[in-house]
Design a protein around this ligand. Structure first.
Ligand SMILES: Nc1ncnc2c1ncn2[C@@H]1O[C@H](COP(=O)(O)OP(=O)(O)OP(=O)(O)O)[C@@H](O)[C@H]1O
Length: 243
């Protein structure tokens, strides 16, 4: 088993005639939370789609758990939760998760554990259509978790959540990572970086840096992660202008 869950090398992706990922290189350590951070439109979703194998790539390589992204052997090993919750609103929470469990050959105990892991046990018998937006997102997450993936890719899972729910969800992600799952979580809220062991910072289709939150603070001399990211962007721009 490689100690890197994902290795991306020289990745170029074009969408709508534009280069939206430009020579991206990164690696994601196993069993930890890696935060993919950057402003809206910088290419986070495109990079995630490349990792889960649903994005056409122009050149470069994406290796996931030792195999080429998107290949058959990864189907049961990689979970992906998109920004729009994919939930059957006319089914209960439990039946939603049970449906995905059946697809991946998992039993009733896995369904119960996945619902518990996202904190929805008391809503298991509720119709998904009667849940709040944040709860719906967590049903989607439970549906991905029930497959017991080795790599879980979450696209802006905390968007639109209040600070309390956001903190609760990050605590869940930390539990999931502790159980050995690798998580890649995107966000455009820099504060969320503090929950991650490792950060991939993106801007305009490029990776500016891959480092830990502490390294980011040290490198920029800042005490706050949001300021640190802005400082890093400014320093990179100055270097680009000078060259
Ligand atoms: N279907 C598409 N066709 C053409 N261009 C697209 C398509 N989807 C996204 N793009 C472009 O690709 C670039 C990267 O988009 P992407 O969705 O990966 O960014 P993002 O960082 O995930 O943004 P957000 O945080 O807003 O979700 C953007 O410039 C976007 O306009």
């Amino acid at each position: 088993m490689p100690d890197r869950a994902v290795v991306v090398d020289s990745l170029v992706v074009e969408r709508g005639g534009r280069t939206v990922l430009n020579n991206v290189k990164l690696s994601i350590p196993q069993g930890t939370i890696t935060g993919l951070l950057g402003p809206s439109g910088c290419g986070k979703t495109t990079l995630m789609r490349s990792i889960v194998g649903t994005q056409k790539v122009a050149s470069g390589t994406v290796t996931v758990l030792g195999s080429t992204a998107g290949t058959k052997e990864l189907r049961h090993k990689v979970g992906y939760v998109t920004q729009a919750p994919s939930v059957y609103r006319d089914l209960t929470v439990r039946d939603n998760v049970r449906y995905f469990a059946a697809m991946y050959g998992r039993g009733a105990q896995s369904v119960t554990s996945a619902i518990e892991a996202v904190g929805l046990t008391e809503y298991a018998r509720s119709l998904a259509g009667q849940l709040s937006g944040g709860q719906l997102g967590r049903v989607s997450l439970a549906s991905a978790l029930v497959a017991e993936p080795e790599l879980l890719v979450l696209d802006e899972p905390t968007v639109g959540l209040d600070p309390v729910l956001r903190a609760e969800l990050w605590a869940r992600f930390e539990d999931i990572a502790r159980s050995g799952t690798t998580l890649l979580v995107s966000s455009h809220v820099m504060e969320e970086a503090e929950h991650c062991a490792d950060l991939v910072l993106m801007r305009d289709g490029s990776v500016l840096a891959q480092l830990t939150p502490d390294e980011l603070l040290k490198r920029t001399g800042e005490t706050n992660l949001e300021h640190a990211f802005l400082t890093l962007i400014r320093t990179t721009q100055n270097l680009e202008n000078a060259s």
